[in-house]
Design a protein around this ligand. Sequence first.
Ligand SMILES: *[C@@H]1O[C@H](CO)[C@@H](O)[C@H](O)[C@H]1NC(C)=O
Ligand SMILES: *[C@@H]1O[C@H](CO)[C@@H](O)[C@H](O)[C@H]1NC(C)=O
Ligand SMILES: *[C@@H]1O[C@H](CO)[C@@H](O)[C@H](O)[C@H]1NC(C)=O
Ligand SMILES: *[C@@H]1O[C@H](CO)[C@@H](O)[C@H](O)[C@H]1NC(C)=O
Ligand SMILES: *[C@@H]1O[C@H](CO)[C@@H](O)[C@H](O)[C@H]1NC(C)=O
Ligand SMILES: *[C@@H]1O[C@H](CO)[C@@H](O)[C@H](O)[C@H]1NC(C)=O
Length: 499
Amino acid sequence: MVEKSIRIAICLCFILCHSFSAIAAAPDENAHSKDDAKDNFSMDPDRLHDRIKYNMRKSFDLDDDGCNLQPGKKESIEECGFNATVKTILIIHGWTMSGLFESWMHKLVAAVQRRESEANVVVVDWLRLAHQLYPDAVNHTHRVGQSVATLLDWLQEEEKLQLEDVHMIGYSLGAHVAGYAGTFVNGNIGRITGLDPAGPMFEGTESHKRLSPDDADFVDVLHTYTRGALGVSIGIQEPIGHIDIYPNGGDVQPGCSLGDVLTTAAAGNFVEVMKCEHERAVHLFVDSLMNKDHVSYAFQCTGPDRFKKGICLSCRKNRCNSIGYNSKKMRKRRNSKMYLKTRADTPFGGYHYQMKMHVFDRKNADSDPTFYVKLHGSHNDTNNLSVDIAEGVGLNLTNTFLVFTEDDIGDLLKISLRWEGPSDSWSSVIKHLKSSFWSWSSKRDKKVVEVRRIRVKAGETQKKFTFCAEKTEISPGEDITFVKCRDGWEVKPRKRLHY
Ligand SMILES: *[C@@H]1O[C@H](CO)[C@@H](O)[C@H](O)[C@H]1NC(C)=O
Ligand SMILES: *[C@@H]1O[C@H](CO)[C@@H](O)[C@H](O)[C@H]1NC(C)=O
Ligand SMILES: *[C@@H]1O[C@H](CO)[C@@H](O)[C@H](O)[C@H]1NC(C)=O
Ligand SMILES: *[C@@H]1O[C@H](CO)[C@@H](O)[C@H](O)[C@H]1NC(C)=O
Ligand SMILES: *[C@@H]1O[C@H](CO)[C@@H](O)[C@H](O)[C@H]1NC(C)=O
Ligand SMILES: *[C@@H]1O[C@H](CO)[C@@H](O)[C@H](O)[C@H]1NC(C)=O
């Protein structure tokens, strides 16, 4: 854990400290930065527009240059084929070390075009202002946002563009650019999606200095890299939208562990580490555009720990929502934290189950039993999944836990519960060898717990079932099977005489 924090701290410093210009920028690029610092382009809107392009994407061809909308030049509207009666989707990149579009941009643009073939898809290219020291790029978000607002106001005037048809999608610093655009535009933008909005220099600032629910009718945010050091993380931790979705708790993304990505401690690899979790927000969004039929749901919860217990799988009163492009507008909520687990790769969606079981201590079950469950469905079975209870399995208590499966197993038919551990036959053999005289008593040491039923709620279908066992006692190395015995479980259980 300590080592991880140090690595993250180095990674953050890599961004915030001035190592960037030395490592990443080519000499001529350094010259650019110096020019920018000396001249006063920022005060001059024409000079600023030179550095921001509104590139309208029409073809699927990545090499196609597209067409630039030029605020003030009416002919560019027709030239680019901008159609104000359909949706307008603006995609805004973040801080850049290379000064070039990264591969995610092409994936996102292609996915948006495929999903909304009629829409105006515009890439806000502020690469020259983003290819700076991080603090300078942060400083520019304000003016770039202002410039985007100018573009939208111009389109409102010239083409009667309806702002409610505008959806801005901003990644990292681009999310805050979208926030500023929403602040400065004349009217209310329909929707802003923040894809892991940048944290450094935004965390804890006032709402008008970052993306906030005031910037659009609906602001939805995906947080994927909130694990940080010294209170700073690359993605912002605090909720800043109407709904804030934290996939996998917003910190450890499957397939991105430092070990998966980091092989040597070279500078380039820190960037890979950073990118995997930070960029995961973009890939989850792309996934939501492409896999319309496999929607992932997030569930409102006060925190990741409660979510891990499976307590928060409710869809009542809009407490769940589909993630990414398919999210339903929920403007009444602000800063509503939502959680889900995902797979490591596309399609990222899986299946959540809340399980509850009362574990009766029947004999010597002093230590924490290590349980696994295996779900048997009408299409397929899962592997053994560990029963993950933070504080350990409670004896003589009802335990609640979350089970996540990556594959669609169909209708849940059967559950096997396994108690992992050295089976008693072994410990009794050893005891027997040690002292054959006491071999008779070895049976007394056998640990036994009893589980009579498991109550299950499926997050994706909101259905509830009760599963019952015939043989209800279990010892280490054994497993017992539960079969579906009742739909629903919110009926008051009958009072039992013995407990
Ligand atoms: C700043 O820009 C204004 C015009 O926008 C110009 O008159 C002035 O000379 C510039 N100042 C410097 C220091 O370049
Ligand atoms: C704009 O889009 C609408 C709806 O798809 C279409 O009916 C109309 O012809 C388009 N206008 C132009 C100028 O392409
Ligand atoms: C950007 O930097 C300039 C000069 O360093 C400063 O005056 C200005 O307030 C900064 N703007 C923002 C939005 O931080
Ligand atoms: C659980 O309850 C049983 C029977 O009441 C008791 O013998 C046992 O000590 C209890 N176990 C724990 C861990 O509380
Ligand atoms: C069933 O699940 C296993 C993994 O548990 C997987 O390898 C297999 O492809 C699945 N089969 C079907 C038909 O989905
Ligand atoms: C899963 O558990 C079963 C018993 O329920 C056991 O036989 C099997 O070896 C386990 N498989 C794995 C992959 O751990």
